[in-house]
Design a protein around this ligand. Sequence first.
Ligand SMILES: [Ca+2]
Length: 336
Amino acid sequence: MPEVEDPVVTLVRLLKANMRVVNDDQSVASIFVSREWYDRELLKNYDGQVTAGLRQPSQVKPITLDHSLSQRILNFKVDCWVVNKSTLKQSGNRTRSKLREEILRIIREKRTKPNETTYDFVGLSPTTTTHKAYEAGAPGSLVPTDAGWTELNATEYAKLWYSDDDRYSKSHSVNNEYALILFAFKLELPKYDPHENNVNKIVLSFEGYGTGPGGNGTTIVVWNHVTSAWENAASGTSGADETITITLTSNLTNYIDMDSDGVGYIYLLAGTSNPSDGATAAVLYCDYVKCVLTVEGLTHVKFGSYRDVDETSVKPFLWHSEFMVTGWMFENVPET
Ligand SMILES: [Ca+2]
């Protein structure tokens, strides 16, 4: 059974993963999202800071007569801060307005899935240090650490950013060998609270298709680092875009490979279902790929009140808004 994740960790991840504040010059504002507390030093390097914590009483409410099923109601406080400074692309007050709207948007849009995080390749390139993509041609599946993998270049990465029918393709024409793509998803983990044990569902989706002399088809598999094997194969037989999905709900830690720094990786391998015959190539096309993780615990969030609490008696001005956010989770606890 997965462990219940600290709800503050879940809320911080939700805000962090979805935060998109765009400056007036179209650049993306740098927003630091963390647990409490506010750190004025941090604002020298960031355009804004957002914190979340449980600073009000929370409660456990029985749902059934015997109290076995209960609802835990969590009263969060979320704060955002911006200071006026010369490096801001717009006034501090304007950045704060955008940040306030962004927090309102995220909580409302994700109200029934605050515990779900989508990892995809949007904006990534060989120079980024999150998820990675590699290609190879081989007689069978290669392990994630195989020396035969070549990382995609920047142009190729960009083709994975969106589901937009702009596809990366790997063509391979060695007899009896397959075209392969490896995706390494790097999970967002809080430094002191790795959530490997909190994950209760992993859904991997590959959008694309494969062709070969023996017919169309794509096969995807996920890496089990305990058995050192590719498992849970799913496949499609289309010669045009289709989405192939692997859904995992048990033994999940076997598929989250933690490195020595406590960072978790999930590896997905996609390949043509048929090899090349040496004359006609096996070609694998990928339009978009994603990994969706769900954690145990917080399942709903909604807004209470919010207000601005600026500090204009100090220089530089500190633009500050605070939000009351209610979250809840359901728990089934047997009597002992
Ligand atoms: Ca694409």
